[in-house]
Design a protein around this ligand. Structure first.
Ligand SMILES: [Zn+2]
Length: 448
């Protein structure tokens, strides 16, 4: 439900007919304005967002408390987190300064500050009532019970039960206890979020690495900044919640693959630079064939680790998983496409490379380096190992590009037979799985 829809509801809409609150008598008789004594001091208080509360039955001290809770913006009452128990009969609100307010059906609200007693609520209870009634229309005066057990004739626990704590939490930016991350998760998540702004474009795993030897001053400073944010997020769950709403998983994923693609381009550009200017060129980044191959392998591994991290995380919603798979496949295919188009002696035409032409294809040919040579140091199939773990729909989505690469591999004598076989098996398997009715429905990932 949107905030707008929520705001259109009245509290009485939120109450079941069975509760009889719509037509029944007020739960606390003395709160009826008709029976209340006329007070010489203001009997209506108005909150900053325009809600009017009838406190005509309250004495001076109680009005003061209600005013602090309902009106004062700087009352320093802040929600840390909230929760429910007893299947929606009990709710608790953990506030700053270790204060806990408990709301239980048919009972008087309690607060750990100790001020609420003798049928009179404290400022914290009034604050909670103010939060719950902030979604009501502003044109009606809101009746409050002195002990906080009703807002417009409805027990606040019933309001929460009927509307759902999560609806209020969404609307008011509260965090629910079950959603609170533990310290390790919090640290990991804050690091993931802040890595997207890392000044040198560090990937999340690099940002979290404890090896700080190579870091620039700016990157060191940024890590300290992250520690400050982390401290704040662990003390204030609503601050953490706002961070997660701003730096969403989707945004993080897009930034990650943006950086991966930039690094792929950079590695290939550095190879071209090397081919053109040779090993003595020091003016810009230059990578020879072997170094470029190693760089590309590392990038493919970084993508693999990123995918695995998400799989291992116990995030039940797994939002962004499909996005990760789609962007991962696109980046991997880009690498494969580039590598398969570089099946030649890179140094053959270089003015400086006369002496290099005698080097072996394993050293001067990027394609042979990564796809053509079975290597004991680098077992497995470059890029293919990742593609094989992807859902059928992801592979199908790229079937044209993959088909083209298959033709190219087949017609290239340098392709290692094992690689070609594995490549064909991948395409055949995914085609078969797509064709079988059970295969289609059992696919873990679904197309969006
Ligand atoms: Zn209190």
């Amino acid at each position: 439900m949107s905030a707008e829809q929520l705001s259109k509801l009245s509290l009485s809409d939120m109450v079941t007919t069975r509760a009889g609150a719509r037509t029944g008598p007020p739960q606390t008789p003395q709160e009826s304005p008709a029976s209340s004594p006329i007070s010489p001091t203001p009997s209506l208080i108005e909150s900053v967002n325009g809600h009017k509360y009838d406190v005509s039955t309250f004495d001076e001290e109680l009005r003061r408390r209600a005013k602090i809770g309902l009106v004062k913006d700087d009352n320093s009452i802040r929600m840390r987190f909230c929760g429910e128990a007893g299947d929606g009969t009990k709710y608790f609100f953990h506030l700053d300064d270790d204060i806990t307010v408990k709301l239980e059906r048919a009972r008087v609200p309690k607060c750990s500050c100790g001020v609420a007693q003798d049928g009179e609520a404290c400022k914290h209870i009034f604050w909670i009532l103010g939060q719950l009634s902030s979604v009501l229309p502003q044109n009606e005066t809101i009746q409050l019970a002195q002990d906080g057990s009703s807002v417009r004739n409805t027990h606040p626990a019933n309001v929460l039960k009927n509307q759902g704590l999560d609806q209020f939490a969404d609307h008011l930016n509260w965090i629910i206890e079950d959603d609170l991350p533990d310290r390790d998760e919090l640290e990991d998540e804050v690091s993931n979020m802040l890595s997207v702004f890392e000044p040198t474009g560090a990937l999340p795993a690099e940002f979290k690495s404890e090896d700080t030897r190579e870091l620039s001053e700016k990157s060191r400073m940024y890590r300290e900044f992250k520690d400050i944010v982390l401290e704040q997020a662990s003390q204030c769950p609503s601050f953490y919640l706002r961070l997660t709403q701003l730096i969403t998983r989707e945004y993080q994923v897009k930034q990650f693959f943006g950086e991966i693609n930039r690094r792929i381009d950079r590695a290939l550009k550095a190879l071209d630079e090397y081919i053109e200017k040779g090993p003595t060129n020091r003016s810009s980044e230059a990578l020879d064939v072997v170094a470029c191959a190693a760089r590309l392998r590392n990038l493919v591994q970084a993508v693999e680790d990123y995918r695995k991290d998400l799989e291992d995380s116990d995030d039940e919603e797994q939002d962004g998983e499909d996005l990760i798979e789609r962007l991962a496949a696109a980046a991997l295919l880009k690498v494969l496409d580039e590598v398969t188009s570089r099946n030649y002696d890179a140094y053959a035409d270089s003015a400086w490379g006369m002496g290099m032409s005698s080097s072996s294809p394993g050293q001067n040919n990027l394609f042979v380096c990564l796809i053509g040579l079975p290597s004991e140091e680098e077992p497995g199939f470059f890029v293919l190992d990742s593609l094989r773990t992807m859902g059928s729909h992801i592979i199908r989505h790229h079937s044209v590009a993959l088909g083209d690469i298959e033709v190219l591999l087949r017609n290239t004598p340098e392709t290692s037979p094992a690689y070609l076989n594995a490549f064909r098996t991948l395409l055949q398997d995914k085609r078969k799985r797509a064709a079988s009715p059970s295969g289609g429905s059992s696919a873990k990932r679904t197309m969006q």
